[in-house]
Design a protein around this ligand. Structure first.
Ligand code: C5P
Length: 287
């Protein structure tokens, strides 16, 4: 095996309800998760041992040692499948980190898939305990790229009904809202599950449904990062935008638009007004 590459697409929570908290502190969630056509990229080639280099626009501050989920995933797969071989991994970080779009989890899932092929071993299933131990979003990232309904602590994954063609504009004000801190600061919970997503909705109905959903981490995230309100306000005022929300624990916000042409125009309008923000048009993966 010479050289293999895998995409690690960003995950976006279009809804996120916190439905409870377990004795071990983890929160149970109910979330509609989609994946988009942008993300990190992982390449592997032969090496005498396990090693990782990181490049790309968001490489700064990303550890290359065992704190990185890519190497933790590699060790987990090697341990479970009894692999005693090396792998030289290169990670291209295109996604902001601590940003609610699952960068580290996406990278871990890509590493599990890529290395199973590279080492020619059976991939770990999404519900394997070692997968769950890597992070709450890793089972979802292994189960994409179609829309998913995520429950439990992220360990129960089901396919969501098909969505209409649509696109997103992702905007991060370059403020970090680390997931553990947001969950720790979560003051109150509604504890109710997400409303069922009806099947076969047209774009306008989907946009209407989505604009009545919520992310239970929003209030906590915006109190830690007030720029989130500026992002949501600006997105909401743009004519093509039909619904807005926060992904995961933030601070990346999304805006729903009908297609990629609208996404590109909307992204340009935001970027011109706010040069410092990370702004990206993104196609929602349908399957
Ligand atoms: O699993 P992950 O690394 O994404 O989670 C980071 C932290 O966020 C956890 O250690 C936990 O404190 C919190 N968390 C939670 N409930 C979840 C997911 C994460 O409380 N479902």
């Amino acid at each position: 095996m010479s050289r293999l590459t895998a995409d690690a697409p960003a995950k976006v929570n279009l809804t996120l309800h916190v439905t409870g908290q377990r004795d071990d502190g983890y929160h149970t969630l109910d979330s509609l998760v989609v994946f988009v056509d942008l993300g990190d990229r992982l390449t592997v080639q032969p090496a005498p041992d396990l090693r990782l280099t990181v490049g790309g626009p968001f490489a700064q501050g990303v550890p290359t040692d065992d704190r990185n989920l890519v190497l933790r995933a590699a060790h987990a797969l090697a341990r479970v499948r009894g692999v005693d071989r090396g792998a030289g991994l290169q990670l291209e970080k295109n996604l902001p980190h601590a940003a609610g779009v699952g960068g580290g989890s996406a990278d871990a899932a890509a590493a599990l898939t890529l290395l199973a092929a590279f080492w020619d071993v059976t991939p770990l299933p999404a519900d394997h305990p070692e997968v769950l131990a890597l992070g709450a979003d890793v089972p979802a990232c292994l189960s994409g790229p179609g829309p998913l309904h995520m429950t439990g602590t992220g360990d129960h994954i089901a396919h969501a009904p098909a969505l209409p063609d649509c696109a997103l504009v992702l905007v991060n004000p370059r403020v970090k809202t680390p997931t553990p801190q947001v969950f720790k600061a979560l003051a109150s919970r509604h504890n109710d599950p997400m409303a069922d997503l009806p099947h076969g909705m047209a774009f306008d109905d989907f946009a209407h449904w989505l604009s009545h959903q919520r992310n239970d981490l929003l209030d906590t995230a915006r109190s830690m990062a007030p720029d989130i309100d500026r992002v949501l306000d600006r997105l909401q005022r743009l004519p093509a935008v039909k619904a807005v929300g926060l992904s995961g624990s933030g601070a990346t916000c999304w805006a729903l638009v009908q297609d990629m042409a609208a996404a590109r125009l909307t992204a340009r309008a935001v970027q011109v007004a706010e040069m410092a923000w990370w702004v990206a048009p993104a196609a929602v993966q349908r399957a």
